[in-house]
Design a protein around this ligand. Sequence first.
Ligand SMILES: [Zn+2]
Length: 52
Amino acid sequence: MAELRSLRCPCGFEVRSRDENEIVRMAQLHAKTIHGQDITVEQARALIQLVA
Ligand SMILES: [Zn+2]
């Protein structure tokens, strides 16, 4: 089973999933809708951390 990962935005938004692609999608959607920013898959991936 994949490990649980999380991505946190400085605004307080957090997404947790075992599916890295889902986290990337959610992060891109959040950045676009809340911050009006387009982020790349690489940028989103760089923010993903394993949840201890
Ligand atoms: Zn945010």
